[in-house]
Design a protein around this ligand. Sequence first.
Ligand code: SF4
Length: 560
Amino acid sequence: MIVYNCPLVPFEFFHALRIPFKRIEPISIEFQKLHPNVCSFCRSAVCSVKPTDVLVWTDSCDSMRRAYDFLSQNVSFYLHIPVKNDELAVLSLSRDLKRLWEFLKTVFNSEVPLSELERVHRWFIEKSIHLERLIEKDLNEAKTIFEELSNQEWVGSVARKGKSVLLLGSWANSKLVEIVEKAGGFALNATCSGPYSLIFEAEPARDIFESIARRILNKRLPCGRFASTRELKMLIERFRPEAIVLHTAKFCDFYHFDERLLRELKIPFVTIENDFTNALEQARTRIEALLEDTKDRPRVSVKAFHFVGIDSGSTSTKIVVVNNRGDILFEQVCRTGADPKESAKRLMIQAMKHLKFDPQESFVVATGYGRDAIDFAHARVTELTCHAVGVKHLYPDVRTIIDVGGQDSKVMRIEEGKIVDFVMNDKCAAGTGRFLEIVSSILETPLQIMGKESLKAKTQLSISSVCAVFAESEIICLRSKGYSKQEILWAAHNAIARRLVTMYERVKGRPPVVLTGGVALNEGLKRALEELLKVEIIVPKNPVTTGALGAALMGLQQKL
Ligand code: SF4
């Protein structure tokens, strides 16, 4: 089997030699032996290469070069792809292609003549021209041609149903497409795993290797290393998508440059950073929120008297019930525990008993991580949208929401009641209630009084690390140096606040700022944020239930 890392390879060789070939794929394992600054795609993709594979490896970027250093022990060929597209580049690539052709023939003991390679090259060009035309006309037929040429599974939607979403950035997989489709969009994949990886301008030349070199160098795929901003803009203008998902790889900067262009184009977009090891849960929430925002919501006929919002979070589940004027009739919180469905059901029964209503007289909207488990809900909405609606209801002028939960934190910038930008942190404890829990156990101070205690500190000590693991040893060290609990508590609150301020700056937050979530009642965090941001922070009376309130109000407003 021939395996290759990037579609800038001579597919014609593989077809002409009739050798099975495939592109290597990330396989959900982070390979630790590579240097930490090698991109996440390479780190997890190298694991899928078997010792028996014959590698054709292009040096498309620095990470690819480093990954090759590791993999070069296999039978392999290193193909240098020049970034420029001038006569010197064509000459150099044609020479390397000729060497590659000889190398593959020797490895596979093949006698295929050059005339066969020329025939396959003509066939490849004809098919590719046809493929480009079909992208706008018939995705089913485009899929067949793409799979025939690349030997790869089609990654993208086939039926044009729902909102059009253009996938840009690094190698997208079918999981990402599935998320877009479930959120109500159809995904056109313009990353290097989509049809654009096979589209180029053909340029006949004297010799077959020069023709293939020109084909590769005339590529038009929106690859972060090769495509210009102008090409990317042309592609976007051609498709006029209703939303864009910019899929980036951790430790790869190429795609972050595209963000600036997307901001200028004013098409709703979201940037997903993939480390290729997680289940893309964060991406799901972000994409759902993106499409909710662009969604023409059908009006639902609801004769309910009680509009129920249930926010099923990783630590706690919250319920809010409002009447048809939007007045809060009932709110309650309980621990989520191992079964999110059970805790939601328990709260629903409590609400029905307290307000004396039947399920038929209610309309339930579920939100939060566990929303899909709540099978009695009539609708599901992401927690981002629900938080925005709930907070906006309480503070109509709000422009930034900082939500700090037990396991995650998010910062949203709101304009005219809509989320225009947001960042989430659900991967590490820094900047979340989890960090406070760790500090609470090291300092043996109950969570409920930590904030108040921190305000008693006489000197303003600082912890340099915002990483929960390093902060733990730093705290132990400060304790042994004789600093008081209060001083260390203040430093810990300040460390969380600094992390949140970075997120605030990323979304270009503006006052009025509302702090919500389970940690919002902590006075230490509020004060630390106020000092760093130099703005007054508003904390709602019940900051834990704003997401559930938003969900209930969305049911009431029949915006689903
Ligand atoms: S992003 Fe560009 S260089 Fe990287 S693998 Fe895809 S096509 Fe190759």
